[in-house]
Unconditional design. Structure first.
Length: 428
């Protein structure tokens, strides 16, 4: 039995040892980080960053140990300091894209965002009209993105963008992506778009009203208010126009909707969802797909190409979407994100109701790590293509689940259940 002793439950020596371990481990990692920073100079120079800017910005730059999802180095690689429990990586407080789809579409949240969005839409109507004229992207879509990303600029961005991006590059799950973003962030500072102290971001390095990474800023930011600065941080017009330019540049089709809620015929094969199963709207109609509430598709749209999105498989609403849906996913690679933006935009522009016609059925929920393990087995044991093995139940993972259900003779749902996940993980 452990007894209470002076200095705490485990005694001062144990507490001191844990603190010493943490300090030693951090020192070793920070030394590696400093070497990594210095090795970035040739890349920064190639991007047009001066030596003066480089030295100024990397001097004293340290890791942000508070960020989630850090991939900490093996202590043995660092020469022996132990990895104490206090430094175990943590997950963000809330990751809605990894939750059950229904929870993403809370009616009260949709109504509140749409109501605020209508106000913002009318306040910035002149700017949005000009943006739509330039980029063929509806103002309602842009306002919906603004609301979803930063609640119309009211969300506090607490992080030093350069530090967050450098930490993600050195200790994150996508080092190649964030190494490039780190160099681009130096370029943003080199070009004088914003000062280091003002360049604040989310924990993942996204900046400004409409949450651009540095590479997005350099490619898409525009100065629509013509004050001589591309300012996504303080200028709402610039931020909205930049979002419009981003969508347009990545393929937005001006004369198409993002998509429609649909009814599926009985016994429909849910493995036919996803952009790799694209067909004309007319072909989908011939297969028995209809718009909800019996509304017809516009005749002039029947030759358009579209694909099915079933965010909860057969356990929730279904959608027939256009390429514009895929463009929304380039802003945030999540089906539910793109659906949310499209839904809020429809509420702003057309007064659409917050709910969907199709019902969300109860589904099991999983941690990201468990879903990662599940995806790994689907790939390694069964050879299924799940897309990125990232813990996100995207369309390829849903397709793979459907293929597994067919193989196992199980009811076709195309969505993870405890029974399916346990069965697959039990066969590792």
């Amino acid at each position: 039995m452990i007894g209470f002793v002076a200095g705490g439950l485990l005694g001062p020596s144990v507490a001191a040892s844990a603190a010493d371990d943490a300090a030693a481990y951090k020192r070793a990692v920070e030394q590696q980080f400093e070497a990594w920073l210095q090795a970035r100079w040739p890349e920064a120079q190639a991007e047009g960053v001066s030596r003066e800017t480089f030295e100024r910005e990397v001097k004293g730059l340290t890791l942000d140990w508070s960020l989630p999802h850090l991939v900490l180095p093996d202590p043995a690689y660092l020469g022996g300091p132990r990895l104490p429990q206090s430094l175990k990586p943590k997950a963000p407080a809330r990751q809605p894209e990894f939750d059950s789809p229904e929870r993403y579409f809370k009616i009260s949240n949709l109504n509140a965002l749409a109501a605020q969005g209508k106000t913002q839409y009318h306040q910035y109507k002149t700017v949005l009209t000009e943006v739509q004229k330039r980029y063929q992207v509806p103002g309602s879509i842009i306002v919906a993105i603004w609301g979803r990303e930063t609640n119309f600029g009211t969300v506090r961005l607490p992080n030093d963008a350069l530090q967050s991006i450098a930490t993600q590059a050195f200790l994150g799950r996508r080092p190649e992506v964030f190494t490039e973003e780190f160099i681009k962030a130096l370029k943003v500072l080199q070009d004088g778009h914003i000062s280091r102290s003002e360049m604040r971001s989310s924990w993942a390095g996204a900046m400004g009203h409409t949450q651009f990474l540095p590479s997005d800023f350099l490619k898409y930011a525009v100065d629509i208010d013509q004050d001589g600065k591309r300012d996504i941080w303080e200028s709402v017009p610039d931020a909205l126009a930049s979002a419009g330019n981003s969508l347009h540049s990545q393929g937005w089709i001006g004369d198409q909707e993002w998509g429609y809620e649909i009814d599926l015929p009985a016994g429909f094969d849910c493995t036919l969802q996803g952009p790799d199963k694209t067909r004309s709207f007319g072909d989908w109609v011939d297969m028995g797909i209809t718009r909800v509430k019996g509304r017809p598709f516009p005749k002039e749209k029947l030759e358009n190409q579209g694909f099915l999105v079933l965010p909860a498989g057969m356990e929730g609403p279904a959608f027939l979407v256009t390429e514009n849906f895929s463009v929304l996913k380039k802003y945030n690679n999540s089906d539910v994100y793109a659906l949310f933006v499209g839904k809020v935009a429809d509420m702003i522009e057309y007064g659409a109701p917050a709910g969907f016609v199709g019902a969300w059925k109860p589904v099991d929920r999983f941690t990201r790590d468990r879903m990662l393990a599940f995806q790994e087995v689907l790939v390694k044991r069964y050879g299924y293509d799940v897309g990125n093995v990232d813990g996100l139940v995207g369309f390829k993972t849903r397709q793979a689940i459907g293929l597994y259900e067919k193989k196992a003779g199980a009811p076709l749902t195309c969505y993870p259940s405890k029974k399916i996940v346990d069965a697959v993980l039990g066969q590792q």
